[in-house]
Every structure is written in structure tokens, then in C-alpha cells.
Design a protein around this ligand. Structure first.
Ligand code: ZN
Length: 346
């Protein structure tokens, strides 16, 4: 019916598309064949995906959503409940770029230092902590100084040529890869004071540092992937190896590195939570735009006060109810009887 060995791929987006395919297959199968076979196959898919790839029950349900309708059947709910009850939650804190240049230096954001005490208080609640650091070579492509001097060429597609460019403008660089690039002041140069973490940010005994933005020709806002998705940091594999299911993201800046890190975390199948008081942005309008984009991708925004209870949350047996609560505007169709299903009201 389908090849489970294909799930062993390292590529998480491929994994999800395969899950989706499998469920399309399962739904057709349920309609025409006997339930026992379908259920057996579905359980093995769920267990394989959850065990090997940390994909959450919500993702399985997403895979069963077609044109806004959840293909509902008792078999599917049983499967999701089984998957959710067997799921162990492991939280990680990702602290994005709390570095001097973003707080007091060349690219200081308003109230940047305000994130530090909030993060210091949250840290001890986490077993797994990752601190990302923007870590640029001097000839980095994101520096306006380099593009202005044509150290990096702008593409024929770029409306603004390098020599005519202004600070904070967006150009199209040749790369590789050819990408839009916002031009920033020199910042977070490897080994400089500006690249150091803020002096008041606690060093946690269990923290792991993740450098990013080290390639000359491509910028990296996300702690996972560069802006062209051409290279990745070790972050995803470290999360996976530690069995992490839920990530909490904080740091600087909301509209760039925090936002893209959260989007990538969600894209990789982690439940992703951003802490409102522990982020600051470069500009209010782009920050608001990024928050909206993250919410549309399923990222949750919470208060720092909710973190201690959140990380204690181990019982996920209510996952299916939560899923239906989130998706209650959907029409849910029983694929066997074509009956209307009313989601639980809370
Ligand atoms: Zn940078």
C-alpha cells in the first residue's frame, strides 16, 4: 500500500507529505475495504511517525484535512487518541540572538534588554536550552557596507543596484542563492563584542550554542535554515535526538530571527510557542506582520507567566479535543456514514 521505509528520510517536509499521502490512501481504503486492515495500517503509520520523527498528533490530523474538511471516522479518532496518549512531551527553550549588537550595538532594537530578565527566569524550567547566535564573517552579504562596495553583486532583477543602495533597503543579491536581502549595519561579526551574548543573560548549565549566518553569500534569520533553505545548522537534529516535541522561542528580533526560527520550528512539526514578554522587534509594523504570519502557521503566543505550567504539561490525552476546538469551524464529515459530527464545545 505504501512504503514505511520512506519515513526514514531526514527531510521533515517530505515526511509530512508522505503522511498526507498515506492518509489519503487510508481514507479511500476505509471507504471500500474492511476496517480492521485500515486500522492496523493506520496505527503502524502513527507509531512509526511519532517514534522516529516526533511528528505530533495534530500533524496527523492536518494530514487528514482536505479542502478544509476533516475526514472524520471513529477509526481516525481512535488512532489519534492512541497516538496522543502514547506521546511524551519534551520541551526545549530556543533563545534567539540575545547579543550586544541587537541590544546596545549597531542594530539595537527598542527595549531589547527587556527580554533578558524574562528569559533568565524561564531558563531553569527547561531541560534543553539552545542559544542561537548571529555569527557573521566580515564580508557577510547582509552588511550594507559590503553590498555598497559591490563585494557582493546585486542581481539584474534587483530594482536597487548595490552601489546606489541605502541602509535598510532591500535588494536582490546574486548569491548563490539569488535572494532578496535587507541591508543592515555591520553587526555580530565573529569574535567581536557586538556578537557576544548580553552580559546579564544567564549561562545555563545545560545550554547549547548554535551559530548561524556564517556563510558569506547567504543570510540566516532562522536558527534552523539559511534564508534560501540551502544549508542548515545542527539545531533540528539536536532537537530530534533529544526527543523534543515542543519548543518555546524567545529573543530578538520578533520580525526577523525570532519569527523565522518559530516558522521553521512549526514547519518541522514541533509544537511552537513564542513568549510575548521575551521578544522585541526591529519595527512595529513588520513585527505585527510576522506575528500574524506565525499564528497562521500554527505558532502559539503566550505570556511568560504561563511557562511553568506549560512545561509541566505531560498529559496530552486531551489532544484530540484540543484539535477539534481549534478546528471547530470546519465541517467534519464521517467518511463511512456521511453523518455530521459536532465537535466538543468548550
Ligand atoms: Zn545578521
Amino acid at each position: 500500500m505504501f512504503d514505511l521505509s520512506a519515513f526514514r528520510t531526514e527531510n521533515p517536509s517530505l515526511t509530512l507529505s508522505l503522511v498526507s499521502k498515506c492518509f489519503d490512501d487510508l481514507c479511500c481504503h476505509s471507504q471500500t475495504d474492511n476496517q480492521t486492515t485500515s486500522m492496523y495500517v493506520a496505527r503502524s503509520v502513527a507509531q512509526d511517525v511519532l517514534n522516529k520523527h516526533g511528528v505530533r498528533a495534530e500533524k496527523l490530523l492536518d494530514a487528514c484535512t482536505v479542502n478544509g474538511d476533516v475526514l472524520y471516522s471513529p477509526t481516525l479518532v481512535a488512532l489519534l487518541q492512541a497516538a496522543a496518549s502514547g506521546e511524551k512531551k519534551v520541551f526545549a527553550l530556543i533563545i534567539v540572538d540575545v547579543q550586544n549588537d541587537f541590544i546596545t550595538g549597531s542594530l539595537a532594537v527598542s527595549e531589547g534588554e527587556m527580554v533578558v530578565p524574562v528569559i533568565n527566569e524561564m531558563g531553569p524550567h527547561f531541560t534543553h536550552i539552545y542559544k542561537t547566535a548571529d555569527w557573521h564573517p566580515t564580508d557577510h552579504i547582509s552588511f550594507h557596507s559590503n553590498v555598497k562596495k559591490c563585494i557582493h553583486a546585486t542581481s539584474a532583477r534587483s530594482n536597487v543596484k548595490g552601489a546606489d543602495s541605502e541602509m535598510f533597503q532591500t535588494v536582490v543579491v546574486c548569491g548563490p542563492p539569488e535572494l532578496k536581502q535587507t541591508l543592515w549595519p555591520d553587526h555580530c561579526i565573529q569574535g567581536s563584542f557586538g556578537a557576544e551574548f548580553h552580559k546579564d543573560l544567564k549561562t545555563f548549565p545545560n545550554e547549547v550554542r548554535v551559530n548561524k549566518g556564517m556563510k558569506t553569500t547567504v543570510d540566516s534569520y532562522s536558527g534552523f535554515w539559511d534564508n534560501g533553505d540551502t544549508s542548515h545548522t545542527p539545531l533540528y537534529n539536536m532537537l530530534l535526538n533529544n526527543g523534543v516535541t515542543d519548543v518555546v522561542v524567545c529573543g530578538i528580533a520578533t520580525d526577523f530571527c525570532v519569527g523565522f526560527t518559530a516558522l521553521d520550528a512549526a514547519r518541522h512539526g514541533f509544537r511552537t510557542v513564542v513568549v510575548n514578554e521575551a521578544i522585541r522587534g526591529v519595527m512595529p509594523d513588520t513585527s505585527a506582520g510576522m506575528v500574524a504570519r506565525c499564528k497562521a502557521a500554527g505558532v502559539e503566543f503566550v505570556s511568560s507567566a504561563s511557562i511553568p505550567d506549560l512545561v509541566k504539561e505531560k498529559d496530552v490525552s486531551g489532544a484530540v479535543d484540543r484539535i477539534f476546538k481549534v478546528k471547530k469551524h470546519f465541517t467534519v464529515v464521517d467518511i463511512n456514514a456521511n453523518q455530521q459530527y459536532t465537535p466538543p464545545v468548550n
